[in-house]
Every structure is written in structure tokens, then in C-alpha cells.
Design a protein around this ligand. Structure first.
Ligand SMILES: Cc1ncc(COP(=O)(O)O)c(C=O)c1O
Length: 388
């Protein structure tokens, strides 16, 4: 039997052990001093504040390649705020298809069914699977999450969404935006937050609306009351100011500055193409490791649906009896050694690990962390066998 002492620690360590799936690692060049240009203590409605908010909108459009005719707004309460605002403002005009394959998508299902009490057809896939998009009726409104952050399963592309459709598509893209190609012609509402792929600060949500989503807002009034924080129209017209930087309520100008700095960094690494390549390289480094080790596998069943941001892994060694305790012990060892923070699976997800591979993570750090995962596994499995 291998002595625990004989299991040697790897020689090198990741420079940055932050692999959390949100808030995610800051940009590699992050320094608080870089935020010195934030107009703190000034009104967000002063010219300087408005200009910063407008720059955040314009930079988002520019880097993500969002068509000119789409509106982009900065709204309260992060991705949840943006997605809820869209659901509560747009849905109810027609029946809805609710699609989910992990817990955040399931949360939107709960809202549609239990809160809004919509005429909904619900399709839920198990963790690791994705729903069958060929069975979806896109003449209804369709709600889904592009990348299931807690299962590591994402849509491979938008091919299954028809370009011409009667219904609207509402896409929670919070862990996909800036790391995956999003087909804007297939998406009527897209939401995300700053703290994911861009490593920004949690606070505000981004709400992106197609012209058809705007037409719905201007032609349909939901039967339920809408709080001020959700209202996108006034007297039947879109409140255009929201989409030019006149936010509904007070934003954090420090968070805005941080996002602007992250957008500059994104440009410096080659814009969207560079960001996607960085995430892909990170996810590929993990895929190589998984291919070389028979005790670990992806939670995602179909390789084409494997997330390149929130990479979810499960332990497959049949000697493991209590998968949850085993995965937690591995995550704890890696935290205690300051090798990898926050990589335990999400609380509602199957036991395992979740390693953030978004664009702000350096591939060198993923590569330096993986031998430690092997080290932690060997230690845990050996002590398990010795205890047996
Ligand atoms: C897919 C998805 N939707 C929604 C959320 C909630 O985002 P926020 O905390 O920015 O509101 C998260 C957070 O991890 C997420 O991953």
C-alpha cells in the first residue's frame, strides 16, 4: 500500500488560485489603482457619469458584436434583475416553453409557473443532459439559460432556434457572454452580469433587446403590477434613456469603472475572438487532463454541450462510496493549499468539482493546478483505502 507521505506535492503552483464560477477571477492586469478614473462622489446623471455608462453600453456592443438595432441597458440587481425584468415585462402575451438543465434555469421555471402562473410547457433535463430543442415550439415564447453554470452544459450553437419565429427567445447568458459565440438573430432578450467572464463586480445586469422584444414591450401590457425597478416602458413607449445610460436607479460608478477597464483589457487580448480562445484553451487543458485520468469525467454527457466556462467534473472511481464527501475533501485540500479556491460543485448539483475557465483565468494557472488535483485525488483515495 502507498504511504501517504510518498505522494509528493507538485513542484509548481498556480499564480492565481481563483477558479470560482462567480464572482470570477478579475482580469489578469487588475489593480485597484486602475479604477482611479471612476467619478466617485459625482451624480451618475452628471455628464461624466452618463458618459461612463454610455461607454459601458457602447463597449459591450462593440466587443460582443451586438447589432445596432438592438437595445442594451444597464439595469439593477445583476443577471437575476435583468432576467426577471424581462420575464415580468414580456411574458404572458402567449404560451411559453420553459427549458432548464440545471438550477438557474430551474429557477426561471419556478417563476413562470408558480409566480406568473403562465400557460407553460416545462422541459427539464437531468444534470449533464440538455433538453431536446427539436421538440420546442418557437411560436411560443421560449426561456432558457445558454450555459448552465451549475451543470457545465451549454448550447453548442443556435442552429436549433429558427431565425423566423412568432415567439420571443429569452436567454440567460450570464456565464456564456464574452466566452461563447451568441447568435444575436436568434436571441430576443439576452442577459448577463459583469462578474462572470469579464471578472467584473456584481451589482448590475445587462439587458439586451431585439427590435421584436421592443415591439412586444410597446404593444403588450402584462396583467400583473410591475414595480418601478422592472418598468421598461412609460405610456406604452420604451424608456429609451435606460438604453443610453440613464439608469432606473443609482448605479455604482466604481463597478462601472471596473467594467470599463475590463472591456479595455478584452480589447487588448483580441476582443471577442481572443476571449473565446482564452476560455477554450482553459477548457481544453482540463479536457486533456480528463482524457489522461480514468477516475474523473465531465458531468456533461455530450462533448458538444460541454461548457468552456463552468467546467463541471465528477469522480468516477468505483471505490468511492460517498461521492459528496470525497469531492468536498478534494476541494478542501486544494483550498487549504491555496491552489484552487471555490471549486466544489454547486450546492444543488451532483457531487463533484466545478472549475471556472472563463477568459480572465490564465491557462498556465489551470495547467499548474491540475497536477495538484491529481495529488489531492491520490491522497484521498489512498486514505480511503487505508481506512477500509
Ligand atoms: C446561469 C445563471 N443565471 C443567473 C445567475 C445569478 O446571477 P446574479 O447573481 O448575477 O444575479 C447565475 C449566477 O451564477 C448564473 O450562473
Amino acid at each position: 500500500m502507498v504511504a501517504l507521505m510518498a505522494i509528493k506535492q507538485p513542484a509548481s503552483r498556480p499564480a492565481n488560485p481563483r477558479f470560482s464560477s462567480g464572482p470570477c477571477a478579475k482580469i489578469p492586469t487588475f489593480d485597484l489603482k486602475n479604477l482611479a478614473d471612476a467619478p466617485l462622489g459625482r451624480s451618475h446623471r452628471a455628464a461624466i457619469g452618463k458618459a461612463k455608462l454610455k461607454a459601458a453600453i457602447d463597449g459591450t456592443r462593440d466587443i460582443l458584436g451586438i447589432p445596432d438595432e438592438y437595445r442594451i441597458g444597464i439595469v439593477p440587481a445583476s443577471d437575476t434583475g435583468a432576467y426577471e425584468m424581462a420575464m415580468w415585462s414580456l411574458l404572458g402575451e402567449r404560451a411559453v416553453e420553459m427549458l432548464a438543465w440545471e438550477s438557474f434555469g430551474a429557477g426561471w421555471v419556478t417563476d413562470a409557473v408558480k409566480q406568473l402562473k403562465l400557460d407553460a410547457r416545462v422541459s427539464i433535463a437531468d444534470y449533464g443532459d440538455i433538453v431536446d430543442f427539436s421538440a420546442v415550439d418557437f411560436d411560443k415564447d421560449v426561456c432558457f439559460t445558454w450555459n448552465g453554470t451549475t451543470s457545465g452544459v451549454c448550447l453548442p450553437n443556435g442552429d436549433m432556434i429558427p431565425a423566423t419565429r412568432e415567439g420571443l427567445t429569452l436567454c440567460d447568458a450570464t456565464s456564456a457572454a464574452f466566452a461563447m459565440d451568441l447568435p444575436w438573430d436568434k436571441l430576443d432578450v439576452t442577459t448577463f452580469s459583469w462578474q462572470k467572464v469579464m471578472g467584473g463586480e456584481a451589482a448590475h445586469g445587462m439587458l439586451i433587446l431585439s427590435p421584436r422584444a421592443v415591439a412586444r414591450l410597446e404593444s403588450y401590457t402584462p396583467p400583473w403590477p410591475l414595480p418601478k425597478i422592472f418598468r421598461l416602458t412609460k405610456a406604452g413607449k420604451l424608456i429609451e434613456g435606460i438604453f443610453n445610460g440613464a439608469t432606473i436607479n443609482t448605479p455604482s460608478m466604481l463597478a462601472v469603472e471596473d467594467y470599463l477597464v475590463a472591456l479595455d483589457w478584452a480589447r487588448s487580448v483580441g476582443g471577442l475572438t481572443g476571449l473565446i480562445a482564452r476560455s477554450n484553451n482553459n477548457a481544453n487543458a482540463i479536457a486533456e487532463f480528463v482524457a489522461q485520468h480514468d477516475w474523473i469525467d465531465f458531468l456533461a454527457q455530450d462533448p458538444s454541450t460541454r461548457s468552456t466556462t463552468s467546467v463541471c467534473l465528477k469522480f468516477t472511481d468505483t471505490r468511492i462510496q460517498d461521492g459528496s464527501a470525497f469531492a468536498k475533501a478534494i476541494a478542501k485540500r486544494l483550498t487549504d493549499e491555496a491552489i484552487a479556491f471555490d471549486i466544489g460543485a454547486y450546492r444543488d448539483a451532483p457531487a463533484g468539482l466545478r472549475i471556472w475557465c472563463g477568459a480572465t483565468v490564465e491557462t498556465n494557472d489551470i495547467q499548474a493546478m491540475l497536477p495538484w488535483l491529481d495529488w489531492a485525488f491520490q491522497l484521498e483515495i489512498t486514505s480511503l483505502m487505508q481506512a477500509a
